[in-house]
Design a binder for this molecule. Sequence first.
Ligand code: PGA
Length: 258
Amino acid sequence: MSRKVIIAGNWKMNKTAAEAKSLVEALKPLVADVCPNKADIVVCPTFTSLAAVADAVKGSNIKLGCQNIHWAASGAFTGEISAAMLKEIGVEYVIIGHSERRQYFGETDESVNKRLKTALAEGFKPIVCIGEMLADREGGKTEQVLEQQLAGGLAGVTKADAAKIVLAYEPVWAIGTGKTATPAMAQETHAFIRSFLNRTFGTEVGETIRIQYGGSMKAENAAELVAEKDIDGGLIGGAALKADSFAALVKNAIGNAL
Ligand code: PGA
């Protein structure tokens, strides 16, 4: 089964709107030769930069994503953002349940599930993040934790909707630390996630769902990670904040995609 590579830059709480615009303007020519049939390239700026970046990526092969979505259509939810607000700007992808949201802002599998269902109902392409903490891995609990996040986060999702989801496996101990899971270690975990997806949605859907790796992925290690059977791209933090490092990462990843 060949799945199209997807590389998404998660800019987190970095870049003002002006800085975000310069970054994407610098990125455009560097990835202009990447065929859209070979890879999806996504950038996910902060909310205040979405409009400027939406404008800048028009007509290019770079797609727009954001970092959160609320499940309600509107109302008293200070600090949150609705589907209609994101849609109006032209957002296509939505990161849901990033480990920083889970660790610092009380995101749970239940809230991830609610955000996911709204994103799907509103026609977005969700990027659902899962991943174990260092203590989980050291305690031999990685699979148990991932199974729980998958079962809770994807509860009640239909087969047809599951096919629209991208999963991001991000071991929390590898995020922003420079410690990457080895390709073999990451592949083993991706295969476990794939088996959950196949069991839950059937192989005809499970085999089509793209699973990104995230956690200190950079130009230097992208090729060997994406060469693994079940690693279909990456969710990139630090290395997405510079145009040249992100473009190099995209190209290395595609070069070695299965
Ligand atoms: P990193 O972040 O590439 O800086 O480790 C990845 C992420 O958190 O999505």
